[in-house]
Ligand binder design. Sequence first.
Ligand code: SAM
Length: 267
Amino acid sequence: DDLQHKSGRDVCSGGSDLRTPDIRLNRPTDSVVGNCPTEASPLVMADDEKYGNKMVISLTPRLYDYVLNNVREHEILKQLREETAISQIQVSPDQAQLLAMLVEILGAKRCIEVGVYTGYSSLAVALVLPESGRLVACDKDANALEVAKRYYELAGVSHKVTVKHGLAAESLMSMIQNGEESSYDFAFLDADKAMYQEYFESLLRLVRVGGVIVIDNVLWHGWVADSTVNDERTISLRNFNKKLMDDQRVSISMVSIGDGMTICRKR
Ligand SMILES: C[S@@+](CC[C@H](N)C(=O)[O-])C[C@H]1O[C@@H](n2cnc3c(N)ncnc32)[C@H](O)[C@@H]1O
């Protein structure tokens, strides 16, 4: 049913204007079978002529397995992921690796995470921070934070992490009031979606010029692009993405990894 477009058109059985790509030739074939990825053909085409029917890769389960097999996941991260996998709310290993890579590229020393849960993404960041580095980890869930703290200890990084238990909006505001504006290099936002704009405004104050803010779930199960889905969180994310697109205070790059992440660099 997911594959059935609400208009009644089966988007994966193909329309007359959609052709399946020939991967070997890296160009479309003439056969008309659709625009949805299959294991044999993970390429999909933008179906708008203005993009020149550009072909892009779309992950199938087999291809995603391949991606995951090419992630260098630290043993302690694997252990944490396996212990808490049931929740399905933590970032994926390839996302965590990208966050850590961004921190390394930036040479970040001071980081913030909003939405820590049991610590998977924050641990990935803490592991690559220098010994003098600091990560402020904000979450309102005391039980989840206990698990996170246990793993920071196990990984030998707890001296780099300051856990802030409470409402993230208040934690961020207290950091601002504490004179910490423009003193952070990197922030990761992954908490309640309806509050994203407010968190983003605070993070923008806390991060220095040239610093990076990464926002998770910007594609929100794909619902942001489905005009028939209009629940509160989807609308929030859609509005947030729209505002960010026009926000000249940052450069942006929306990346279709995991549930979608936008990387922002403060100008
Ligand atoms: C998607 S999970 C974070 C996952 C984590 N980044 C990871 O990859 O392991 C979202 C977290 O945001 C926290 N959260 C939701 N609303 C919050 C709020 N108002 N203040 C602080 N934390 C909040 C939840 O308690 C939850 O742990």
